[in-house]
Structure formats: C-alpha cells, structure tokens
Design a protein around this ligand. Structure first.
Ligand SMILES: Nc1nc2c(ncn2[C@@H]2O[C@H](COP(=O)(O)OP(=O)(O)OP(=O)(O)O)[C@@H](O)[C@H]2O)c(=O)[nH]1
Length: 183
C-alpha cells in the first residue's frame, strides 16, 4: 500500500506551544526557548494500523482575535489542529474565533479538526478547566485532548488523532476512541 500524503495545519494564539508540539512529534524533543514562528513545515513518516503516512505539518504563525484568517490555510489542508494553552483564557477565546473563521472559509462544518489544550503540566497556572475544553469540543463536534508538549506520546497522539479524523472524513473507519482524552 502506498504512503498516504497528509497535510495538517497547527493553528492558535501566540506562544501556546504549536511549534513545540510539532517539534516533539517530528523530532522527539522539547524546545524550552521561545522563537515566534512565521511559518514552518515539518515532514514525518509514520506507520499506523498498517498504513504508511507521509505527514506534512504546517506550523503557522500565532494569531489573535483580530487576525485575518490566512487564506492559504483554507485550501489544500487535510486536517487542522487548534491549540490553546490551559494557562491562558485569551488563547481559549482565540481558538473559538479561529474556528468560526475557518468553518466560514472552508465551508465544511465537518472538516477534520482536533482541539488541543496544551501545557497541562502547568497545573498551578491553569485558567481553563478541562470541562470548558470538553464542552467547546462537544459544541464544535471535534476530538479534544489536553496535552503537554514535554511528553512525546501526548504530542504524537494529537497527530494520530488528526490522521484518524482525516480517515473518517474520507469514509474510512477512523479511530475507535472518541471524545476527550487527557494526556
Ligand atoms: N510548560 C510547558 N511549556 C511549553 C509547552 N509547550 C510549549 N511550551 C513553551 O511555551 C513557549 C512557546 O512555545 P512555542 O512552541 O514556541 O509556541 P508557538 O505557539 O509556536 O508560538 P508562536 O510561534 O508565537 O505562535 C516556549 O517557551 C515553550 O518552551 C508545554 O506543554 N508545557
């Protein structure tokens, strides 16, 4: 079976950990320093459930509620990962704004999407409850995960979930695990 090419865009506010999640998934390391992204792409080949995937991760620039949705991310993307940080209410509001703009532009409310509450290792700084994340995911009808980019398995799970959402949208079986999981 040939490898399936998949393009996944990671979007969200500034500094929520988009690059850190992508780097943890692709390179298996956590980057402590902060270097704002303009746009980066990463390539990763992996095998899941007997299928080879050639994944292109598009790590996008941080947005705020007033940013115009970059139209290049409304075409030619198979799946989206929307990231907020559990220590920032503002980043949680921004994912909702990005979601609305995205659905508007893509014109498909069932676009493969995973909602991620990152930095869940920062217990004492939590500002967004797991319940709020879960509720938003139910409203959006998407998969929800809370994670930490410090954990390779957590970061990988996000991308696997995204691949499975894409499979499902294409008529495949997708993942048997639904709803929310906490890393
Ligand atoms: N404690 C903790 N820190 C994190 C986590 N993920 C990212 N960080 C830190 O948060 C800061 C920002 O991370 P980035 O990955 O650069 O964030 P980004 O969303 O790509 O930022 P922009 O490029 O500005 O959009 C860095 O100092 C990271 O080390 C996490 O899960 N836990």
């Amino acid at each position: 079976m040939p490898a399936k090419q998949r393009k996944i865009a990671v979007m969200g506010s500034r500094s929520v950990g988009k690059s850190s999640l992508a780097i943890q998934f692709v390179q298996g390391q956590f980057v402590d320093s902060y270097d704002p992204t303009i746009e980066n792409t990463f390539n990763k080949n992996l095998k899941y459930k007997g299928q080879e995937y050639d994944v292109l991760v598009v790590d996008t620039a941080g947005q705020d509620e007033y940013s115009i949705f970059p139209t290049q991310y409304s075409v030619d993307i198979d799946g989206y990962i929307l990231v907020y940080s559990i220590d920032s209410e503002q980043s949680f509001e921004v994912v909702q704004v990005i979601y609305d703009k995205l659905i508007d532009l893509v014109g498909n409310p069932n676009v493969p999407l995973v909602l991620v509450g990152n930095k869940n290792d920062l217990h004492n700084d939590r500002r967004v409850t797991q319940d709020s994340g879960r509720k938003l995911a139910v409203e959006m009808k998407v998969v929800f995960l809370e994670t930490s980019a410090k954990d390779h398995q957590c970061a990988s799970d996000i991308f696997i979930k995204s691949l499975m959402q894409i499979e499902k949208a294409e008529g495949g079986t997708g993942d048997e695990k639904k709803g929310c999981s906490i890393c």
